[in-house]
Design a protein around this ligand. Structure first.
Ligand code: E4P
Length: 218
């Protein structure tokens, strides 16, 4: 499974990219607002740090406007993926932008039928929001499993399932068990994936015993 980080905080992205484990980045208007930076400048910087797909979301709500914004954003770097909302206009824009050879991430997906439409519109990625479904008492992971089943039923569908709105390490594990292609994870959750109290305890014990030997490897 590929790991994207869900943030527009360039310092965080740099730090995580240094691990070599980062495959891409997703942003949205709320994350750009939180970063406090200029959208275009922030996007340029992120694209210079990460070689993989960087999702940049349009803010127009009509198809023509989305296509125009998408064209402008796509010029920023080769790895820009245009993010459009899952509306009829968004699907129309998805078809047009992907036909121009630019990758499209269709976002704000909350149903399997929406995911089916996005695939038909030529999306490179579909972003189902698991956390927001959980928030209203639904089972976000059930949606991932449904989309996986549907996409696997049709060999010609090459849209990648990008699990979004992830809130916990458990979401990441469940997405991987279902076989989702990508998880876009907030930086703090991404860091938690490596943590285990028994790892810390075990390492402390090994180091204490090693010190008693008086040896050094280097
Ligand atoms: C994905 O591309 C979205 O930016 C993101 O995952 C939304 O997450 P949230 O529901 O925590 O805002």
């Amino acid at each position: 499974m590929k790991f994207f980080v869900d943030t527009a905080d360039v310092a965080e992205i740099r730090d995580l990219a240094d691990t070599g484990l980062l495959d891409g980045v997703t942003t949205n208007p709320s994350l750009i607002a939180k970063s406090g930076g200029d959208f275009i400048e922030v996007l340029k910087e992120i694209c210079s740090v990460v070689a993989g797909p960087v999702s940049a979301e349009v803010t127009a709500t009509d198809a023509d406007g989305m296509v125009a914004e998408g064209k402008k954003l796509a010029k920023i770097a080769d790895n820009v993926t245009i993010k459009v909302p899952l509306t009829w206009d968004g699907l129309k824009a998805c078809r047009a932008i992907s036909q121009h050879g630019t990758k499209v991430n269709v976002t704000l997906c909350f149903s399997a039928n929406q995911a089916l439409l996005a695939a038909k519109a030529g999306a490179s990625f579909i972003s189902p929001f698991v956390g927001r479904l959980d928030d209203i008492g639904h089972d976000g992971m059930e949606l991932i499993a449904e989309i996986k089943t549907i996409y696997d039923n049709y060999a010609h569908i090459d849209t990648e399932i990008l699990v979004a709105s992830i809130r916990t390490p458990m979401h990441v594990k469940q997405a991987a068990m279902i076989g989702a292609d990508v998880a876009t994870v907030p930086p703090d959750v991404l860091r938690k994936l490596a943590n285990h109290s028994l790892t810390d305890k075990g390492l402390a014990a090994f180091l204490a015993d090693w010190q008693k030997t008086g040896q050094a490897i280097l």
